[in-house]
Structure formats: structure tokens, C-alpha cells
Design a protein around this ligand. Structure first.
Ligand SMILES: [Zn+2]
Length: 364
């Protein structure tokens, strides 16, 4: 997944801001230490500064408790450490600065050194524990081990390991990298970020980002945007090895009939060419229900408008809920099953590692 500060959640940005603030504060300390400073600091500046420091420390602590959701080790050790210690540290830092300005060098040195030492220790400990939680120190991968554990435990249910991988020309890793390094059974290849003139249009995020990207990257030319999306998808099918084509008309997600309609000839030509290429390369086409149950889209990805074409060309399909939580794994399947049957599609397929034969669909 592409990750940059620009795309980071607000709390992450805040965390980065605090880190920057710490570095700045320490640098400022050195400067003031080396120069002659004013002897007195008024309490109307000192008190608000102390309050601000405490608030900043608490906000950082809150961010880290939010992070704890993703790592139990974080929750046990690091979160209370940060929440408890950081407000004191940041308060201490400002207090030391105040003492320095008030001309009490012994206290300022003690406060500054303690603060700097603890701050470094906190950061180093956080990084070490996070790396340990992720299994990086032992060169392990926790999520993979977790799946393997249940794979061996639940003998009544078969479990396979797969990943949905993004294809961004010149940026994303070759799909073989994931197969080799993660010992996977299958891969879903998808496009979420459409490249044009070295800029990326994120089609899977909030609607405002979709509209902004269309305007700034494609000059509101929806035909060019659609063409770029399908060219990138075809390039992925041609150049990468994977089992399932993910949500192949997601470019329409926030379109909502505003910029293009699904019966637009130009649009349909690209979609159909992509589907035929998937068939030729033995890639199964995913019919994805996520847009419907999340109320982000009024149809499947790809929508019912293309089911007839899928049927006529015997293109193999698989039902997918694109679940991000375990209670979403098969959401919308009953309706999808009925819609596929209505279009004359009577079977679905699974990646070859699971089953080589089609799975017959039954009216729900
Ligand atoms: Zn996706």
C-alpha cells in the first residue's frame, strides 16, 4: 500500500507534528544554553506554556492508545508508558526552559538532561517494541503465522492465504514478490490509484478526493480518466501473475452518473477489452458486493449492466464481499447469487489452488 504523510490519518500527522516539536524544543534549548538569556520570565507566559505542554503530551498519548488497537504489545507496555510519562516529560521540558530563563542553572541542567534522555529512551523503546510486535526482529510475519495457526487448528474449515495487491506502474512491487515472500495461495490484483503524468488519482477514498483528482489530474476529462484506469488494469493483467481481478469498474464508484454513464460506448469498449484480456490470461473476474452493503455505490463492482457480456463470453466470475471485518465475509451474496442466475450465469469459480471445477449457483 502506498503510504505518505499526505495520505496519513489526522492523528498520525499530529504525532509527526509532536515529534517535530520535540526536536525543535531540544534544538532551542541548546541555542538558549549557549547564549546569554533574559533573567526573568513572566508567569503569564510560563503557565500557558506548561498547560500547552501537558495538553500536547496527552494528545500524543491518546494517539498511541489508538495505535494500541493494532498491537496488543503496544497496549500492555507502550501505551501506559506514553500516556503516563510523556505529559510529564513535555511539562518538564518547558519547566526546565523556564528555570533556565529564570537563571537557575542546576535545575535546568537536571531537567533538560532527564528530559532528553527519557525522550530518546521513549522513542527507541517504542520502535523496538513495535518492531517486535510485528515480528520484524525475528524476520517473521505475525499475520501469516496467525493464519497458519488457524489453518492447522480448524480442520473442518479450509483456510487459504491471499492478498489483494495494488498495481501502480513503477511504484508497486512485482506480484511475484508477494507470492514468494509471503507463501501465499492466491492473489487479487486491483487498481486503486490511477497514474497520469506522475500523479496518482485515488479512486477508492472519499468522494471529495475523487472529484479533486479528476479535476486536478485529468482536467475533468472522464474519458481520459477511464482510459487511464483501464490501460493500467490491462497492463497489470499483461505483466503480473495473479488469480482474481479485483473490482474492475471501481472507477465508477463516486461517479454516480455525474461524469459518465455505464452505457457510454467509449467506457464500455475499455471495460469489455479488459474483461476479454482477463479471460485470455486465465484471471477470474471478481463480482464485489462491498459498494452495496457499505452504501457507497448502487451496484456491484462490476455492475449488473455487464453480466450479460460476462455470460455471452463465458468469462469466469467469483463472488466477493471484499470484507474488511469478519462479519462482512459473505454480505450481499444471496442477492448477488440471484442476480447472476437471472443473467444466465449458473456457476462461479475459485482460484485453482482451491478448486479446479466450477461451483454451481443455487437460487437463494
Ligand atoms: Zn480493493
Amino acid at each position: 500500500m502506498l503510504y505518505s504523510l499526505r495520505n496519513a490519518p489526522f492523528m498520525s500527522k499530529l504525532c509527526y507534528a509532536f515529534c517535530g516539536l520535540n526536536v525543535f524544543a531540544i534544538a532551542l534549548f541548546f541555542v538558549v544554553m549557549c547564549c546569554e538569556s533574559p533573567k526573568h520570565i513572566p508567569s503569564e507566559i510560563l503557565l500557558p506554556a506548561l498547560c500547552l505542554a501537558a495538553v500536547a503530551g496527552i494528545a500524543l498519548g491518546l494517539y498511541l492508545s489508538y495505535r494500541a488497537e493494532f498491537s496488543s504489545l503496544y497496549a500492555i507496555f507502550i501505551s501506559p508508558y506514553y500516556v503516563g510519562v510523556l505529559p510529564i516529560l513535555m511539562g518538564g521540558s518547558i519547566a526546565a526552559f523556564a528555570f533556565l530563563l529564570a537563571g537557575r542553572p542546576d535545575v535546568r541542567w537536571f531537567a533538560f538532561n532527564t528530559n532528553a534522555f527519557c525522550m530518546l529512551l521513549t522513542i527507541a523503546m517504542g520502535m523496538l517494541l513495535e518492531a517486535r510486535a510485528l515480528g520484524l526482529l525475528e524476520g517473521r510475519n505475525r499475520w501469516r503465522e496467525e493464519i497458519d495457526k488457524y489453518k492447522n487448528k480448524c480442520l473442518s474449515t479450509k483456510i487459504w492465504k491471499g492478498l489483494e495487491v495494488d498495481y501502480i506502474p513503477g511504484i508497486s512491487d512485482d506480484f511475484d514478490f508477494w507470492f514468494k515472500n509471503f507463501n501465499l495461495d492466491y492473489l487479487i490484483g486491483s487498481v486503486h490509484l490511477v497514474e497520469n503524468n506522475e500523479q496518482l488519482w485515488f479512486i477508492d477514498g472519499p468522494a471529495e478526493g475523487y472529484d479533486d483528482g479528476l479535476k486536478n489530474i485529468f482536467g475533468n476529462d472522464m474519458h481520459l480518466a477511464v482510459k487511464s484506469f483501464y490501460n493500467q488494469t490491462c497492463e497489470m493483467i499483461e505483466s503480473q501473475k495473479f488469480d482474481i481481478l479485483g473490482h474492475c469498474d471501481k472507477v465508477l464508484m463516486h461517479n454516480r452518473n455525474r461524469f459518465i454513464t455505464f452505457d457510454d460506448e467509449f467506457y464500455l469498449r475499455f471495460l469489455k477489452e479488459t474483461l476479454m484480456l482477463a479471460k485470455e490470461k486465465n484471471v477470474i473476474v471478481e463480482i464485489n458486493t462491498r459498494g452495496i452493503y457499505r452504501k457507497l455505490h448502487n451496484d456491484y463492482y462490476p455492475g449488473k449492466y455487464i453480466f450479460k457480456f460476462l455470460k455471452e463470453n463465458a468469462i469466469r466470475v467469483i463472488m466477493s464481499a471484499d470484507g474488511h471485518k469478519n462479519d462482512q465475509i459473505n454480505l450481499g451474496f444471496e442477492q448477488l447469487q440471484n442476480d447472476l442466475l437471472l443473467s444466465g450465469i449458473h456457476e462461479t469459480w475459485l482460484p485453482e489452488c482451491m478448486c479446479k471445477n466450477p461451483i454451481p449457483l443455487i437460487q437463494a
